[in-house]
Design a protein around this ligand. Structure first.
Ligand SMILES: [Ca+2]
Length: 404
């Protein structure tokens, strides 16, 4: 039997064997130690290694130039496929900018300009080349009482003229008589749907009311109809998320990440401006009776499931506005960061948002340089275009990034 051969030795023989084995082992350790010790002495100090696959810190240099001045509250900036810039001004006009000159495209005769209200968000259809559609969001008295509505406009081929008011695709977004909390930012997401960030019209019932379009993120097709995958249940089919106060910025990822299509930027009351993920759910704004704003921007005690913000200003607010993700290698380390216009605190905020949605670095650019910053749009040339909102001689400013 094989087992007998190995286990049949006398016990004392096995004991000697173990002692010898232990001695050999100790000797090996000792020799190894000596070798290592002598190595430490004779090896010259190592030179620092520069890995070839890691680039140095690349913070871009920014240069700014004024594209056009003499504007009045330019609220949004968008680009046609032929790279023509279109802008809205809160006073009602939609214009194109070519070679530093402004040409009026149209001013709707039903636009109601009051306080924060007027001609607001602007966006271009991703299929503009085929359908020539652009969209604006504004306060309107077309149906008698003032509402906020999204209107689709048809331009000619090269976007130099209005063909017609194609359709009022979303109407009845509530508006206050003062124009307070009118929203309204619009943009097409990576899902090719139109997203609309609305204000609560400073009415305490709107943001939590799933039949009201106020204090919401809406998601619709280009005809204004709600799309599959919105909030659902008893909610209006156009509602994607609710419990918002006054959305002023929308920025999109190239594709959805963990159920979020991007972010919205929202004005807080006396505290907590918020950057929120574009996910479904309740974002927790519910002012008390008489529009009592002494409640948290995300009231987790009343709404335990409220979606928490990704970033908030704390106290005081800074009044965040238009937002865009930086794209292109010219932005160096800042590629992928969220650029956010800041009105009250007069700067451009840069936020690093990591793939899991957590925050990284935060920086303050153009501090006080241009005053209040309203629109923030990445141009087709990879430059960032911002609008000032100072109320006199407002400008569109182009920011070009370069790596030295
Ligand atoms: Ca919130």
């Amino acid at each position: 039997m094989h087992a007998a051969k190995t286990t049949g030795r006398p016990k004392h023989f096995r004991g000697v064997h173990y002692v010898m084995f232990a001695m050999v082992l100790l000797l090996s350790f000792f020799t190894t130690y000596l070798l290592l010790a002598s190595n430490r002495v004779i090896t010259p100090p190592q030179q620092p290694v520069t890995p070839t696959n890691v680039v140095a810190d690349q913070v871009p240099t920014l240069s700014s130039s004024v594209v056009i001045g003499g504007l009045s509250h330019p609220w949004d900036v968008a680009f046609l496929p032929n790279k023509t810039m279109l802008i809205t001004e809160r006073g009602g006009a939609v214009s194109s900018i070519r070679d530093g000159r402004k040409s009026a495209l149209f001013t709707p005769d039903d636009v109601v300009v009051r306080g924060e209200g007027g001609m607001l968000g602007l966006t271009i259809d991703p299929d503009f080349a085929q359908n020539h559609y652009v969209y604006t969001c504004f306060n309107s008295d077309k149906s008698g009482a003032v509402d906020v509505r999204v209107v689709r406009w048809e331009l000619n081929d090269d976007g130099t003229n209005l063909v017609k008011r194609s359709a009022d695709i979303v109407t009845g977004i509530p508006a206050s008589t003062s124009g307070r909390h009118s929203g309204c930012r619009i943009g097409f997401g990576p899902d090719r749907n139109l997203w609309i960030g609305t204000g609560d019209a400073a009415n305490e019932n709107n943001s939590q009311n799933l039949q009201s379009l106020g204090g919401k993120i809406l998601r619709v097709a280009r005809d204004g109809k709600g799309v599959v995958g919105n909030l659902g249940g008893t909610a209006d089919t156009r509602i994607y998320s609710y419990g918002h106060r006054n959305t002023q910025g929308l920025a999109f990822y190239d594709s959805a990440r963990n159920g979020s299509y991007g972010v919205n930027a929202e004005h807080g009351s006396d505290r907590d401006d918020e950057i929120n993920p574009l996910t479904k759910g309740n974002f927790g704004w519910a002012p008390g009776s008489g529009y009592d704003e002494s409640v948290p921007m995300t009231d987790s005690s009343r709404f335990p499931d409220a979606v928490k913000s990704m970033w908030n200003s704390g106290n005081p607010t800074i009044a965040i506005s238009g937002s865009a993700f930086l794209k292109g290698s010219q932005w160096g380390n800042w590629e992928g960061r969220l650029a956010v216009g800041v009105l009250k605190d007069k700067h451009l905020m840069l936020l690093e948002i990591k793939p899991d949605g957590s925050l990284g670095e935060q920086e303050k650019l153009l501090d006080g340089e241009f005053g209040r910053i309203r629109a923030v749009t990445l141009g087709p040339d990879g430059a960032l275009y911002i609008s000032t909102d100072n109320g006199a001689d407002d400008k569109i400013v182009k920011l070009v990034a370069s790596i030295q």
